[in-house]
Design a protein around this ligand. Sequence first.
Ligand SMILES: Cc1cc2nc3c(=O)[nH]c(=O)nc-3n(C[C@H](O)[C@H](O)[C@H](O)COP(=O)(O)OP(=O)(O)OC[C@H]3O[C@@H](n4cnc5c(N)ncnc54)[C@H](O)[C@@H]3O)c2cc1C
Length: 371
Amino acid sequence: MIKVLVIGGGFAGCCATHLLSDMGYSVTLVEKGSLLGGGCRTFFYGGHPYTYGPRHFLTKDEKLFDFLNKYVPMRRIPDHEFLTYIERDPGFYNFPIHRDDIDLMPDRDQILSELNQLDEDKVQSAKNLEEFWLLSVGSTLYSKFVESYSKKMWKIESNTELTEFSFTTKGVALKTGATKAAWTEAISAFPVKINGYDDYFDISTEKAEVHLNTTIEAYDIENYSVKINGEWFKYDIIINTISPDIVLNNVFGELRWIGREFFKIVLPVPEVLPPKIYFLYYANDEPFTRIVEYKKFYNYEASSTLIGLEIPSLKNKLYPYPTTKDRELAKKYLDILPDRVFSIGRAGSYRYLDIAPIIQQCMELVSQLKE
Ligand SMILES: Cc1cc2nc3c(=O)[nH]c(=O)nc-3n(C[C@H](O)[C@H](O)[C@H](O)COP(=O)(O)OP(=O)(O)OC[C@H]3O[C@@H](n4cnc5c(N)ncnc54)[C@H](O)[C@@H]3O)c2cc1C
């Protein structure tokens, strides 16, 4: 029987384990924490369910939605909207930036004059995040919505450092039209059950040998071997979902990451954000980037509400840096992986991947192995 090692038990590790176990492979999953699910695990605070960050499911691909929905029944939430607080106006505006909101801004005339001078054709030539936004919306909107947010998000001095990115994570720089919903084309959904995605982490690993609270002591990836509790084990296939520099013994130096500190606040009101608002971004010099009202995702009923607040931090590895230098270093690692060693998931790929593309990656991996 083909022996597979999966390193890391987050969404990527669990999904890979699931699909490879179904192919009849013998899968061993090693997770350093005490629970499976990584960042998508549901925890509880004063009865309130929450994850670290929003973790709602987004995809344009029905196939990926159907896949997950089969194991974790999902509720579609098509109409949620994002707001950004702009302290200097002061005001709350839609994000992505909406054309109608410009009429509410004190510097409306200046913004409109800048928008009139833009040349859409030049946007494609942008070489970094700052250039992209200046060319897309002009300097006033850039400085209100993007400049400080991005600098605090990545802990950088200048947004010109960010060179490799889908420069608008929300798909569009300036929105027009009647809908203010954040996602008009994608399916937006969240699990129905109070424990979120957690059932999937059990279902996906039921045929596998799972080692929780386990750290690999040494890696010899070239020989498909790892050392656990003093003993070497050899596999036919290795699926890595953690930062590739770790499994390749840092031979080219450490990859850079940004993480998050996460704070929970319970407030004595049934709901604090307006009905369609699930997230609120803070675009200026507040130390935090975003707050999330969790009961809206979970449909949780209580007389109080839980807010999660995220502060950029170097304490954990959650967001790979979108710069040419960092991506090239990651590529050096990924390029030296031997055949039958795959590095997937957000950390494993060193790419800003969400849940749906991670499931897609696991499906592609299986197709590749079947060839
Ligand atoms: C704050 C935040 C909010 C997000 N919100 C959304 C969202 O709303 N929608 C969406 O689609 N996506 C969202 N994402 C992205 C998505 O949740 C992640 O891309 C996805 O969960 C990553 O899964 P993963 O398995 O690659 O990584 P992780 O979930 O990070 O799992 C990695 C696992 O590996 C384990 N591990 C680490 N080191 C080792 C080691 N040395 N040995 C063994 N195990 C190890 C960890 O404990 C963890 O369990 C968000 C991401 C963040 C950071």
